[in-house]
Design a protein. Structure first.
Length: 173
């Protein structure tokens, strides 16, 4: 299951005591031994995930083929955002046409691929600005944008403020 699948899992009420017991055992073990007995914790976590798998219900109207392609696209963005900024790049990596990628991603997520790409660039830039004091032009270069004015425009389009205003807000807190 990917992070953007149906994240809400509602187990049957008869399974809740089992989950609660397992979580309590994991918490107690971690509290007593930390990660020294990581084998036990891993086993408990795998058991928990295995049981939750049976409680998972896909969203109504889900299209597994479409959703799988949209998820693959989003995974590729995360991996390649610093080098690839065009829908055509991602379509080529998925061996489909840009038009088909546009249709599938829009249908699956409600947003076009270019919006996903732009939002990921902005999120990456925000993370860099929050975690370091590198210049804004270095931030732009780090996210793969050479043109500082384009970087400012795209940032302002999605955040409503300029990168420098965002940075000032971050460091004034």
């Amino acid at each position: 299951m990917k992070i953007w699948a149906n994240p809400k899992i509602v187990p049957d009420s008869s399974a809740l005591p089992f989950f609660e017991s397992l979580m309590r055992r994991m918490l107690a073990e971690y509290g007593e031994n930390g990660l020294n007995n990581s084998g036990f914790l891993k086993s408990c976590l795998l058991t928990l995930l295995y049981e939750l798998k049976f409680a998972y219900i896909p969203l109504p109207g889900a299209n597994p083929s479409r959703d799988r392609l949209a998820n693959s696209f989003r995974e590729l963005i995360i991996i390649n955002i610093k080098e690839k900024h065009s829908v055509a790049d991602y379509a080529a990596m998925l061996n489909i046409s840009p038009n088909h990628l546009n249709k599938v991603v829009k249908a699956a997520t409600g947003k076009s691929p270019i919006v996903w790409i732009d939002e990921t660039i902005v999120q990456e830039a925000k993370m860099l600005m929050s975690q370091s004091r590198i210049s804004l032009s270095e931030v732009a270069t780090e996210v793969g944008i050479i043109d500082q004015s384009y970087f400012t425009r795209i940032f302002k389009k999605y955040e409503g403020i300029t990168p420098s205003a965002y940075r000032n807000l971050q460091f004034s807190k």
